[in-house]
Design a protein around this ligand. Structure first.
Ligand SMILES: [Zn+2]
Length: 72
């Protein structure tokens, strides 16, 4: 069985999608029986979701402070 310390190291890889199916299964198994790690996984999911949200935002436009001048 994987130790909690190792789980925390694996969580990052798991959320990055860098974990092999076997390791992912062991991780899930540990999360199933270990509530502290489940909580860590939960908060990490929230963090990754927030990061993904940031990435989905349109790039900041530098010209929003200078309104377009009407051309006539
Ligand atoms: Zn644990």
């Amino acid at each position: 069985m994987l130790a909690c310390k190792h789980i925390h190291e694996r969580l990052n890889e798991a959320h990055d999608g860098e974990l092999s199916p076997l390791r992912r299964m062991l991780l899930r198994l540990h999360l199933w029986i270990c509530s502290p790690c489940r909580n860590a996984d939960c908060s990490m999911k929230a963090t990754f979701k927030a990061l993904r949200g940031l990435r989905d935002c349109p790039p900041f436009k530098a010209d929003v402070t200078s309104p377009e001048k009407p051309t006539e």
